[in-house]
Design a protein around this ligand. Structure first.
Ligand code: 2RA
Length: 352
């Protein structure tokens, strides 16, 4: 009989993507897939691999008999409940920010550092933030070959990074501006949203429809956003380069799902575009879409719903030695969240 897996937060944007991923797998190792959520969603019935599963309430006893518990819930819920699951004998794989930088919690991207999943003194494994994660398969592969030294990143982050409320808000804003003469002189997006009854109680700090917003997360010291610091700190931990130079600017764009990143990556060894293309084309979880003459490059619209990370626009920086420019797109709900969490669970299950 296989291990028992629990999905905590099964009814959220990431939880439901997790169920889609499980449904699409040819086979799964689990003898039971337990769905868990807060009182608001407990009792709902969801289909998993063709069978009705009733969502159970998040309470300590729900982890009895569970081997691996996947958490797709806000930081404060994970902070409280992942240790409870671990104390009841489960390996907790957590997709929140609660444990990512804890030195006793590995931060795992299976293509890059699967070996770290075995060293989990707290019984907890963390899944990276979706923005960092979107470039990790590519950066890990290039680092192994060319020795990464510095990253300068600008993100183009989708609304679903803010969960279902982010998706709902962007869709409502798009409906409010559709067909209206706004976004040019004399047409004010904010006024159109107000006219449509959309208040300022948005997951985003400015209108997102017809706009780009240079902010994601919360305010940290010296004007940095929490999201930008996550890109720096998590990249260092995952790649195992404590002194990696990283500078990020995180931007929200009116895309529903799939984060994109423009990456300026400097290496310690000589790197060529052809060499990078060869390395990336050999990775099973990367799609190389890099033929500008044919108009082939990654866009979120191509990548949404896809498991691999797509990479293109690979150029040798003209004024920076051993430096490449790349454009990377990854579905933030799949590889950026649910898929990577599930792949960690598969890695752990294989070792039980
Ligand atoms: C965002 N990266 O896009 C965050 C979510 N984890 O908002």
């Amino acid at each position: 009989n296989g291990p028992v897996v629990a999905i905590v937060g099964a009814t959220g944007a990431v939880g439901t993507t997790m169920i889609d991923i499980i449904d699409a797998r040819e086979s799964v190792p689990w003898s039971e897939i337990r769905l868990v959520a807060s009182a608001r969603s407990a009792g709902k019935v969801l289909k998993v691999r063709g069978e009705d599963v009733t969502v159970r309430l998040l309470e300590p006893e729900v982890f009895d008999g569970v081997d691996i518990a996947l958490f797709d819930v806000p930081d404060e819920i994970s902070a409280e409940w992942a240790p409870i699951a671990a104390a009841r004998g489960a390996v907790a794989v957590d997709n929140s920010g609660a444990f990512r930088m804890d030195p006793d919690v590995p931060l795992v991207v299976p293509e890059v550092n699967a070996d770290k999943a075995a060293d989990r003194p707290k019984g907890i494994i963390a899944n990276p933030n979706c923005t960092t994660l979107s470039m990790m398969a590519a950066m890990g592969a290039l680092h192994r070959e060319f020795g990464l030294e510095a990253l300068v990143v600008a993100s183009y982050q989708a609304a679903s990074g803010a969960g279902q409320p982010g998706i709902d808000r962007l869709q409502a804003e798009l409906s409010a501006v559709a067909g209206k003469n706004v976004g040019q002189h004399g047409g004010d997006v904010a006024a159109a949203l107000a006219e449509a009854g959309l208040g300022t109680d948005s997951p985003f700090p400015a209108p997102l429809a017809l706009n780009v917003v240079p902010w994601a997360g919360s305010l940290k010291d010296d004007g940095w956003s929490s999201e930008e610091l996550k890109v720096r700190n998590e990249s260092r931990k995952i790649l195992g380069i404590p002194d990696l130079k990283v500078s990020a600017t995180c931007v929200r764009v009116p895309v529903v799902t799939t984060h994109a990143l423009a990456v300026h990556a400097t290496f310690g060894r000589e790197v060529t575009v052809e060499g990078a293309r060869k390395v990336l084309s050999e990775q099973p979880t990367i799609v190389l879409a890099d033929d500008p003459a044919a108009g082939r490059w990654p866009t979120p619209a191509d990548v949404v719903g896809d498991d691999p990370t797509w990479v293109g626009r690979i150029r040798q920086a003209l004024d920076f030695p051993n430096t490449l420019e790349l454009f990377v797109c990854g579905d933030n709900l799949r590889k950026g969240a649910a898929l990577n969490t599930y792949e960690i669970a598969e890695t752990v299950a294989a070792s039980l």
